[in-house]
Design a protein around this ligand. Structure first.
Ligand code: FMN
Length: 210
């Protein structure tokens, strides 16, 4: 935890290569980008040519307690810039390895949207694996960097969501980010569910005081 002892600084690393065509994520980010204590960082906007400024990214990571990776799922993975960002920014001796402790203890939250419905992301569903399994490279990267990986925030079935449903996801996203900032998520309870946004009413403490 940095500067403020009872609040966390949150860095949202956002990636959508065609934000002008986005229906879901363009709306979702409006719920979180202006929250106090949140730094919203749009990677495609910052680096349209993919020339990622490694030191700037590392400095941003160091000055935040909770890192959020927010993007749509593309081909069961992240949009390309996030992979490039991982490859360049998370270097040995800094992010991982015996002396690579820059990210140690920071929390990592994946926020993703999928075109596929939830029923497709089951062992017996069309994709044959759960979303947790598809997110394994991120989970393991967090582990190797000694970070604390949280259950992901997932918005399934984007193609059939209506505007009210998208807004409802946005409200839950806002509530979870605010509660994470204020240390008001019951993390033990949250880890008992596959998604952090599945039972948000239950895992957010002091909700009545908000
Ligand atoms: C190149 C590309 C690849 C995609 N791959 C997947 C995929 O592997 N699984 C899936 O469920 N949806 C996939 N989708 C659908 C997107 O996840 C979906 O369009 C997005 O989450 C909707 O968010 P938006 O309205 O912000 O664009 C893909 C879409 C594109 C354009």
């Amino acid at each position: 935890m940095s500067a403020n002892t009872d609040k966390n600084n949150i860095l949202i690393l956002f990636a959508h290569p065609a934000l002008q065509k986005s229906r879901v994520n363009r709306r979702l980010i409006t719920f979180v980008r202006d929250i106090e204590g949140v730094t919203f960082h749009d990677l495609y906007e910052a680096y349209p040519d993919f020339h990622i400024h490694i030191k700037r990214e590392q400095d941003l990571l160091v000055t935040h307690d909770i890192i959020v990776l927010h993007h749509p799922i593309f081909w069961f993975s992240t949009p390309a810039i996030i992979k490039e960002w991982f490859d360049l920014v998370l270097v040995h001796g800094w992010a991982f390895g015996r002396e690579g402790n820059a990210l140690k203890g920071k929390k990592l939250l994946s926020v993703i949207s999928t075109g596929g419905r939830e029923s497709l992301y089951q062992k017996k569903g069309f994709h044959g694996h759960t979303i947790d399994e598809f997110l394994f490279p991120i989970k393991q990267t967090a582990r190797v960097c000694k970070m604390d990986y949280l259950p992901p925030f997932v918005v399934y079935g984007t193609h059939t969501l209506n505007p009210e449903e998208i807004n409802r996801h946005g409200e839950v996203y806002r509530d979870i980010i605010t509660a994470l900032r204020d240390n008001e998520i019951d993390l033990e309870k949250a880890r008992g569910y596959p998604l952090i946004n599945l039972n948000s009413e239950e895992i957010i403490m002091n909700k009545e005081n908000r």
